[in-house]
Design a binder for this molecule. Structure first.
Ligand SMILES: Cc1cc2nc3c(=O)[nH]c(=O)nc-3n(C[C@H](O)[C@H](O)[C@H](O)COP(=O)(O)OP(=O)(O)OC[C@H]3O[C@@H](n4cnc5c(N)ncnc54)[C@H](O)[C@@H]3O)c2cc1C
Length: 467
């Protein structure tokens, strides 16, 4: 039997692609650089767990690599079928199984688009707080596999804080039912947390139990300009003393202006010429009366730091306008620099944010190339994004970027941080792992991987170095 016949036996002819243009979509995720792309031999679309079990048993028998995939929005190449083989796309496992309003939990399949989960929770006054800013295009399974964070992680934490249970198919095809509808659990090793954030290398999520919380009833945004990066990031510390703000996002001045100019005219913000750095501050409360009190205090902190409010509002329209600008930044970097940019995801202790941003500003002159600096200032997670200068040749860029990244990662490590806060190691950062993890730490990880995946068939080449 050929590959197609073998996979058709498990999935049926409508849930398996082995040739043609439809394979193309699965050769890359949002990592940007086409050099990472790899066409799979096949893509399969399970609709139930038993098919995933059979797939993994078959993969071990035949020595075929399997790459799990959700929305394909990852920024580190984790869903790229590096070794060819089969992509297991969860897009048809897209049922929300139960919204349990008594326990405040939801049980869902992994292929549910994250914003659809949120829309389903809304009528119940509930909220899944651990979602990333790609919520309209990513899936819940991918969020759990990456332990995604996002614009509101500073108040609500990352996805891992909300996952209570998971059905997982191991690389050798066993089903594990980890955790469940329990808020506490100290029964054996915490395999659930080991699986979360393992970037599809230790198991495939086929069902998830997620804790949800009461939905904030009131939300307001302050968008403020500052004379320089330093005054903006120093203001963050003051802002965080006021209250648990739901977002504190930073964008450097040049990137803000360029992204704003790239938006349709009706969506643009009016930006003061004097500002060279911006903060998007969001406050949400379950008590509406408390909201304006906190926003007033935040505005006073902005002004005291030398900033000026560009936009203040609790109307969805004003808040949407500021968020549209912030969310457009990654797409702008991609549009102007194409594959010649590298969106980074470094994270440092909150108190080291001013040092990190000052260093990122220096990178521009040191490497004579544009560097967009933006990200989740409230939790120290920054998307420092070097882009190829127009004057630089492609060859120059290819030799400069590994050097620039090694230096950035080393600096971040020295500041007490690490190389990824939310996007993961994926395919992109494996060669830099030794900058932040010792040989003993990497060796323990490799041994865990080998114990669960002795034939190395699940997402090989992702998250770990070869040793
Ligand atoms: C514009 C933009 C904004 C973004 N903003 C954020 C942000 O704010 N915060 C953030 O954390 N990330 C962000 N991301 C990155 C990305 O969206 C997240 O990492 C997201 O969680 C990936 O979900 P996905 O469904 O697209 O996963 P994919 O990209 O398909 O896969 C990601 C990883 O998860 C694995 N995987 C997928 N499904 C499963 C499964 N069912 N079982 C086991 N493994 C699986 C894959 O093998 C891969 O290693 C952003 C991306 C873009 C393009």
């Amino acid at each position: 039997m050929n590959l197609e016949q073998q996979l058709c036996e498990i999935f049926g002819p409508d849930a398996c692609i082995t040739e043609g243009k439809r394979l193309e979509r699965y050769r890359i995720d949002q990592v940007g650089d086409e050099a990472y792309a790899q066409l799979p031999a096949a893509v399969v679309f399970p609709t139930h767990t038993e098919q995933v079990v059979r797939l993994m048993r078959w993969a071990n028998q035949t020595g075929t690599a399997v790459t799990p995939r959700g929305g394909g929005t990852g920024l580190a190449g984790g869903a790229i079928p590096v070794a060819g083989g089969v992509v297991c796309s969860f897009e048809r496992m897209d049922q929300i199984i139960e919204i349990d309003t008594e326990n405040l939990m939801v049980v869902t399949q992994p292929g549910v688009v994250t914003s659809r989960l949120d829309a389903a929770l809304q009528p119940h006054g509930l909220f899944f707080a651990g979602y990333p800013m790609s919520e309209d295009i990513c899936c819940v399974g991918g969020n759990v596999a990456e332990n995604a964070g996002g614009g509101r992680a500073v108040k609500y934490g990352t996805t891992a804080s909300y996952v209570l249970g998971a059905e997982v198919v191991t690389p050798t095809g066993e089903i594990l039912r980890l955790g469940g509808k329990r808020l506490k659990d100290v029964t054996g090793y915490n395999l659930l947390q080991l699986m979360i954030g393992s970037e599809g290398t230790l198991g495939l999520f086929t069902e998830l139990t997620i804790r949800v919380i009461p939905r904030p009833v009131a939300r307001a945004v302050l968008f403020a300009g500052f004379p320089d990066s330093r005054s903006a990031v120093e203001c963050v510390t003051e802002l965080k003393r006021i209250s648990a703000l739901s977002s504190v996002e930073f964008i450097d001045g040049r990137t803000t202006r360029a992204t704003n100019a790239d938006l349709p005219a009706s969506d643009r913000c009016r930006l003061p010429d004097s500002a060279d750095a911006f903060l998007l501050i969001e406050v949400d409360e379950t008590d509406a009366a408390q909201l304006s009190h906190v926003v007033d205090a935040a505005e006073r902190a902005v002004v005291a730091a030398g900033g000026a409010v560009v936009l203040r509002g609790s109307e969805p329209r004003s808040s949407e306008r500021a968020w549209k600008l912030r969310k457009a930044v990654p797409w702008w970097t991609k549009r102007v620099a194409g594959r010649w940019h590298s969106m980074e995801d470094v994270v440092v202790p909150p108190a080291q944010v001013p040092a990190l941003v000052a260093y990122a500003d220096r990178l521009r002159t040191r490497y004579a190339t544009p560097v967009a600096v933006f990200g989740h200032a409230g939790d120290g997670n920054f998307h420092i994004t070097p882009m190829k200068a127009q004057s630089m040749s492609e060859e120059q860029w290819s030799s400069v970027i590994p050097q620039l990244l090694s230096e950035l990662y080393l600096t971040v490590h020295q500041l007490g941080g690490t190389i990824s806060g939310e996007h993961g190691i994926g395919r992109k950062r494996t060669r830099y792992l030794d900058i932040v993890l010792s040989e003993s730490e990497r060796s323990v990880m490799r041994r865990i991987k080998h114990a669960l995946d002795p034939n190395g068939v699940l997402n090989p080449g992702v998250a770990l170095d070869e040793g």
